[in-house]
Design a binder for this molecule. Structure first.
Ligand code: ATP
Length: 381
């Protein structure tokens, strides 16, 4: 997604210290989030982490136990859903089966007392937007899943809400259609400029679609950032593990040189990392670091080509090789550490590193070592 100056735009959705419990369970646990006008903002997290509960409170279907939700700077406590300038698109399209596509889109507008030429113009405009103009006379049962979801989106947008909430809207579609609809949704959002708050457990979807992403775990927000932030610089062990594949190492600070940390552990011969902004470290401190598999380079252990000096580097043995088309996944056992995973683009052949049992050298630019916030949690991952 392109980076826009959205965070300079006014706050559209302000969530301040919001908590929601169900009997003995905390579903949403003290969340702070600000979504800006015109943003495509995703809430990403595993099943049961509280995404839907958060969305329902923003829509007004449930009230927080504590904390405050503001839309456009106005406190929403006690404001019923229909008085909020918000529409929701659900995974189940919730279309009226006995009405045509045209009438489905017109429904909310008629209730808003739009009539005649203006009604027709508004419906036509939104059917055009989702590329369904020629299906206007069909009923939902005569449409594919993807087309039905586009009707639901047109219906939700036709009322021109300030904010559109989308709860796993592509969840019922097959993988290929889902990919196509992702692109369409993104284009629609960029075209209309309505603020989208999108809930998904699909990390790739969140990275592809969003201006910014909030990663949730067990009722809390663990990180908010641009897609490349949460992927390239995950701030916690959970984020590193939930988005993509990660090599996590528990290590100790052995030296410090300005912003650079020298680390020992994980079977790595030379391990360095930049201390993240706003963090401090001390000698002997235990911490966790991670490096993404595609940042790792493989070398024949006794080949001519060796990693540049200054890179993080270790010796290991290939344990497993999985060809995945675009890349090959190597699992390398590291003496004195865990196994590490490397993704190597299949743009060239790795001469002899390709078989289990081969001794290899693994290395990466220390710029790509990421220090994680949370201390090692007793092996939990
Ligand atoms: P999913 O992706 O599976 O929809 P989610 O992240 O949207 O999950 P929520 O539906 O918000 O998660 O649920 C958060 C937690 O609160 C869950 O443990 C769920 O069991 C619980 N919960 C949600 N709604 C209720 C309810 N009405 N009564 C009791 N517990 C609930």
């Amino acid at each position: 997604a392109e980076r826009t100056p959205d965070t300079y735009a006014p706050v559209e959705v302000g969530i301040y210290g919001v908590t929601k419990c169900f009997s003995d369970q905390v579903a949403v646990d003290g969340i702070d989030l600000q979504v800006h006008e015109g943003e495509f903002f995703s809430v990403l997290g595993p099943s049961g982490c509280g995404k839907t509960t958060l969305l329902r409170m923003i829509a007004g279907f449930a009230d927080p136990d504590s904390g405050r939700i503001e839309l456009d700077g106005v406190d929403m406590v006690g404001v019923p859903p229909y008085r909020r300038d918000v529409n929701t698109v659900f995974q189940s399209y919730a279309l009226f089966p006995h009405m045509t596509v045209w009438d489905n889109v017109a429904y909310g507008l008629r209730r808003k007392r739009l009539r005649g030429a203006e009604l027709r113009r508004r419906v036509a405009e939104h059917l055009e937007l989702v590329q369904l103009a020629r299906f206007a006379k069909r009923r939902p049962t005569e449409l594919s899943g993807g087309q039905q979801q586009r009707v639901a989106i047109a219906r939700a947008l036709a009322a021109r809400p300030r904010l559109l909430l989308l709860d796993e809207p592509l969840g019922a579609l097959d993988a290929q259609l889902r990919k196509q609809m992702q692109i369409e949704l993104m284009q629609i959002q960029r075209e209309v400029g309505t603020t989208f708050l999108y809930v998904t457990h699909d990390q790739e979807e969140a990275l592809v679609l969003s201006h910014r992403v909030a990663v949730m775990n067990a009722g809390r927000v663990e990180q908010v950032g641009y897609p490349e932030d949460v992927y390239e610089r995950p701030s916690t062990r959970f984020v590193a593990g939930f988005i993509g594949t990660s090599n996590i190492m528990d290590v100790k600070v052995s030296d410090m040189d300005g912003e650079w940390l020298e680390l020992t552990g994980g079977g790595v011969e030379r391990l360095r990392a930049v201390l993240p902004d706003g963090h401090s470290a001390r000698h002997g401190q235990q911490l966790s670091v991670t490096v993404r598999p595609e940042k790792l380079h493989l070398y024949d252990a006794d080949g001519e080509e060796q990693p540049p000096p200054g890179w993080c580097s270790l010796a290991g043995t290939v344990a497993d090789v999985v060809y995945t088309g675009m890349s090959t996944q190597y699992v390398v056992d590291v003496p004195g550490g865990d196994s590490l995973v490397a993704f190597v683009q299949n743009t060239r052949r790795i001469s002899d590193a390709g078989t289990p049992g081969q001794p290899v050298r693994m290395a990466w630019d220390p710029e790509f070592t990421v220090v994680l916030d949370s201390p090692a949690r007793g092996g939990a991952e």
